[in-house]
Write a protein that binds this ligand. Structure first.
Ligand SMILES: O=c1[nH]c(=O)c2[nH]c(=O)[nH]c2[nH]1
Length: 316
């Protein structure tokens, strides 16, 4: 069995100003997103390096070949200035390739990032409002993520894995969700609900058929996390859900329909349905009062490929 052995640096906060803008995005009906100006390109990077050459550092305390993780941090930051592209995926792959080119005893790099989002702020400009090109607001909302694996094989450096993601999307739908018809046995205490305030946390991952689209180097090939977010909330808005399981299936179907360049979509959802405290408020048409649910929470995991889409279309 292959041993686990890697080391690296996490929480490498990279802020690059005036990176190449991300333009030419595929237009989809669910989203007004048309690109990122990348005036601020911020990523929290984690890198892990692999190589048999590091074994003596673990076994014998021999640091001869150890590249200090502090130097890895500097390496990442320095290369943020050299990156010519417009996407997180492209940047991470670029850095990983440079690591293998620079240090011949490294054989594999696993690198991931979470984009730090800075929101545009409208400022009065020529009689209306335009986004300030100078001041941005740090956002604690959902984030775009990416992970890339690059390996040395003989004399070649190849990218062996990639995944893009949207992390921590939190959506509440105040009515129009149900959950009933499930198994009833001696363990069941949950009342059926025909209209619940459905609060969900979503992590969505997607994989491209062709990595060149993920790099952002092909016209309309890149799928922005903002567009995936917009599809997720639009489907939630449009359709009444009988369960989170079915909701994520429908979101996945829509994502695969809109983006033929994707091979796979994966979900991890959390059920954070609010607890109802007051079902009716006197003198209010339909107001209620809710609070946070008590732990524990439920979750769903599901992955879909284009085969699911084809069988979905065949059954229509
Ligand atoms: O959408 C849901 N799916 C479940 O499987 C489940 N189980 C549960 O208790 N509540 C819910 N909600």
């Amino acid at each position: 069995m292959k041993r686990t052995m890697s080391y690296g640096k996490a929480d490498v906060w990279v802020y690059r100003t005036y990176a190449k803008p991300l333009t030419v995005i595929r237009n989809i009906p669910e989203s007004t997103f048309s690109g990122r100006n990348n005036i601020l390109f911020g990523i929290n990077v984690k890198v892990a390096v692999e190589g048999e050459a590091f074994f003596p550092s673990f076994k014998d305390g021999d640091n001869t070949l150890v590249v200090a993780t502090d130097s890895m941090k500097n390496f990442i930051l320095k290369h943020a200035g050299d990156y010519q592209g417009a996407t997180q995926e492209g940047f991470l792959e670029f850095v990983a390739q440079r690591f293998l080119e620079t240090y011949s005893h490294m054989t594999g790099i696993q690198i991931s990032g979470e984009q730090i989002s800075f929101e545009e702020l409208p400022v009065p400009t020529n009689g209306s409002f335009e986004p300030s090109p100078l001041v941005f607001r740090y956002s604690l909302n959902e984030q775009a993520g990416a992970s890339i694996e690059v390996t040395r094989e003989k004399d070649e450096i190849i990218t062996t894995n990639h995944l893009s993601s949207l992390k921590g999307l939190k959506l509440i739908k105040v009515k129009g969700s149900s959950f009933y018809g499930y198994v009833k046995d001696e363990y069941t205490t949950l009342p059926e609900s025909h209209d619940r305030p459905l609060f969900i946390f979503l992590n969505i991952d997607w994989r491209y058929s062709d990595l060149e689209d993920a790099r952002g180097n092909t016209p309309v090939g890149y799928v922005a996390a903002e567009q995936v977010r917009d599809i997720a909330y639009t489907v939630f808005h449009e359709e009444n859900s009988p369960s989170i399981q079915n909701l994520i299936y429908r979101i996945g179907t829509r994502i695969l329909e809109r983006f033929p360049q994707l091979a796979e979509v994966r979900f991890e959802s959390n059920n954070r349905t609010w607890e109802t405290i007051l079902d009716e408020i006197p003198a209010s048409q339909e107001g209620k009062v809710f609070t946070e649910p008590r732990p524990p929470y439920g979750f769903q995991c599901f992955s879909m490929t284009r085969d699911d889409l084809e069988s979905e279309e065949a059954s229509k």
